[in-house]
Design a protein around this ligand. Structure first.
Ligand SMILES: Cc1ncc(COP(=O)(O)O)c(C=O)c1O
Length: 355
């Protein structure tokens, strides 16, 4: 019988802490659709200030936050957005920007570090003189950290350069900052600098910083008032959300400071896994809390067998590609969990290779 649980499937799996539960139990609430929930207003004011933007809006999920942002920036029918081919909006959000928003996507190659070449972005912007045939480019989207690249960080310098290109061509820039706090901690810069060049950003409360539910989008007051209308249209207007926002306020206060330690533990795990024959990790890709583990040819085991072996010992990981696993660390993973995980991986590979 396994008594230990090490859940490395994602940083979305965290359980609310005692202090979050206490804050939720005593949260002051009111009807947020009517605009009166004091705890939601407090969270939104705080997030706008932290992100250096005029206003903020709580939304139920990162997916809805990104969808709303794209729809606000592309409100004219026939708009096109430039984004990376491996970004979350392009791959994991059900194509909502096209199916719901009628927005055409121009997918450009994401480099291994999560960037898109700036020349490529600039050359993909449609010539307005071709409007008889072309959709009109109105938006560029970036993702920081870039999850599918292993949680790599986009620098302030890179983001500002993309912002300059956007401005030069009269476009908007949106940043999917689901894990922007991880990027801020890893790069040693404040989050407001990372989104300064952007017209909007979405930030997940329920990923690295460990709140149970929700995201926040930030931008100008005008952007947020349009976003509020769209949130209602999409069914994301909710009533006494102060209960959720209270937990998010605790996450901001108590968990942002834990990210550095999460990143150190991620590095410890990645370095240890890389020493196991049969496993391969690109050490350059480990910048924050995500590790992609390739099962390399020299081993005789299969990814399914490894997952089963780990699961029987309480360790949960995500099967990413046919020969790739993904693990994500968060504040509820201890150094001892990392050591336990390493020894179980070692045994999983050893046993199969000995057979
Ligand atoms: C980079 C990124 N953006 C957006 C999202 C969407 O967030 P949600 O699951 O809250 O819809 C995720 C979720 O994993 C993500 O990793």
């Amino acid at each position: 019988m396994v008594t230990r649980s090490v859940d490395l499937r994602s940083d979305t799996v965290t359980k609310p802490t005692e202090s979050m539960r206490a804050a939720m139990a005593s949260a002051e609430v009111d009807d947020d659709v009517l605009g009166y929930d004091p705890t939601a207003l407090l969270l939104e004011t705080k997030m706008a200030r932290i992100m250096g933007k005029e206003a903020a809006l709580f939304v139920p999920s990162g997916t809805m936050g990104n969808l709303i942002a794209v729809l606000v920036h592309c409100e004219v029918r026939g708009s096109e957005v430039i984004l990376g081919d491996t970004c979350h909006i392009n791959i994991y959000e059900n194509g909502g920007i096209s199916t719901i928003g009628g927005v055409h996507s121009r997918q450009l190659k994401n480099n291994d570090d999560g960037t898109i070449d700036i020349d490529l972005i600039e050359s993909a912007i449609r010539d307005p003189r071709g409007e008889l045939m072309f959709p009109t480019t109105r938006l560029i989207c970036l993702e920081n950290t870039h999850a599918n690249s292993g949680g790599r960080c986009l620098s302030v310098e890179y983001t500002n350069r993309v912002g300059e290109v956007a401005k030069k061509h009269g476009l908007k820039l949106h940043i999917d900052g689901a894990r922007i706090f991880n990027a801020s901690v890893a790069l040693g810069v404040t989050v407001d600098k990372l989104v300064k060049a952007a017209d909007s950003a979405s930030v997940c409360l329920s990923k690295g910083i460990g709140a149970p539910i929700g995201s926040v989008i930030v931008g100008t007051k005008n952007f947020i008032s349009k976003a509020k209308r769209l949130r209602k249209t999409l069914g994301g207007g909710m009533r006494q959300i102060g209960i959720l926002c209270a937990a998010a306020l605790v996450a901001l206060k108590e968990n942002v400071g834990k990210l550095e330690s999460d990143h150190k533990k991620t590095r410890l795990l990645a370095d240890g896994l890389n020493e196991i024959k049969g496993l391969g990790i690109n050490p350059l890709s480990v910048e924050t809390n995500i590790i992609f583990i390739d099962i390399v040819d020299c081993t005789r085991t299969t990814i399914e067998k490894i997952c089963k072996y780990l699961e029987e010992r309480g360790i949960l990981v995500m099967h990413d590609k046919p020969s790739r696993l993904r693990v994500v660390l968060h504040h509820q993973i201890s150094t001892s969990d990392v050591q336990y995980t390493l020894s179980c991986f070692q045994q999983a590979i050893q046993i199969e290779n000995d057979n």
